[in-house]
Design a protein around this ligand. Structure first.
Ligand code: CO8
Length: 257
């Protein structure tokens, strides 16, 4: 595919994907979703990539779904556009590798929903967050109504959804919407450091942490425990990662995955 909106650079096991439609504040259109779906397939098939980072070009991370594209949609088309984005953002959670959002600027509406589909979020002190859909007579359509309360709790989620207030990085940190905040010029450097920590770990263990946490949250505690025990067990046995990691520890050397 010829990518027009997504620029990808792969170095040292980390794929940095930059969303670039700066004239429209990186707003999400159909072309974006088609490109992202294809990229997820390609990155998932590339065994050299251990972490994916998503960031934005210019002063926005993503300022939402493309309002100019949405304005003329009818009810059926609106629903399809919602499902298109829901599927794309859910696909990040199904990838074996962690997906990190590096939020450089505005993360509004669909932009915040994109970030919430990632495994965790790092932000610049300049980042701004909000769900401004009610300003437009809309509600979030890319699972924002579902992911936001799961991340922040119901009070902060309903505050953001009902008031459309745009908040800064420190408030987002307090709400648990982002995990760390850095000065703008440090954001990518620090993101790469954090991604590098993950690259060095056992890839099977990383994959299973993500799977057990995500699937566990969708099931009961007891079912989650069973899944954990089952996946824990798979890491033992000849040649499996647990043996490699524990043997390396006992022999006082670095593991070779
Ligand atoms: N869609 C399309 N174009 C946009 C968007 C957007 N979401 N955001 C900004 N732009 C465009 C502007 O129209 C402007 O274009 P032009 O230069 O041609 O006039 C350009 O980007 C620059 O924007 P501004 O001049 O407004 O820049 P400012 O720095 O003054 O303001 C803001 C930046 C605060 C980000 C402002 O642009 C803004 O408020 N944008 C809209 C934010 C918003 O409401 N986002 C939510 C959109 S709805 C949504 O995301 C729902 C998701 C679920 C959809 C479900 C499917 C049906």
């Amino acid at each position: 595919m010829n990518y027009e909106i997504l620029n990808t650079e792969i170095n040292d096991g980390i794929a940095v994907v930059t969303i670039s439609r700066p004239k429209a504040m990186n707003a999400l259109n159909t072309r974006f979703f088609n490109e992202m779906d294809q990229l997820v397939v390609e990155i998932s098939a590339n065994k050299d990539v251990k972490v994916m980072v998503i960031t934005g070009d210019g002063k926005a991370f993503v300022a939402g779904a493309d309002i100019a594209e949405m304005v003329n949609k009818n009810s059926e088309e609106g629903k399809s556009f919602s499902e298109l984005g829901q599927n794309t953002f859910s696909s990040f959670g199904k990838m074996d590798i962690p997906v990190i959002a590096a939020i450089n600027g505005f993360a509004l509406g669909g932009g915040l929903e994109l970030a919430m589909g990632c495994d965790f979020r790092l932000a610049s002190t300049k980042a701004k967050f909000g769900q401004p859909e009610v300003n437009l007579g809309l509600i979030p359509g890319y699972a924002g109504t579902q992911r936001l309360p799961r991340l922040t709790g119901m009070g902060d989620a309903l505050y953001l959804l009902l008031t459309a207030d745009m908040i800064g990085a420190q408030d987002a940190l307090r709400m648990g919407l982002v995990q760390k905040v850095f000065e703008p010029e440090e954001l990518m450097k620090e993101t790469m450091k954090i991604a590098g920590l993950i690259v060095a770990k056992g890839p099977q263990a990383i994959k299973k942490v993500k799977k057990v946490v995500r699937e566990g949250l969708e099931s009961s505690f007891c079912e989650g425990e069973k899944l954990e025990a089952q996946e824990f067990g798979t890491l033992f046995g000849e040649g499996n990662e647990g043996k490699v990691g524990m043997t390396a520890f006992l022999e006082k050397r670095k593991p070779e995955w």
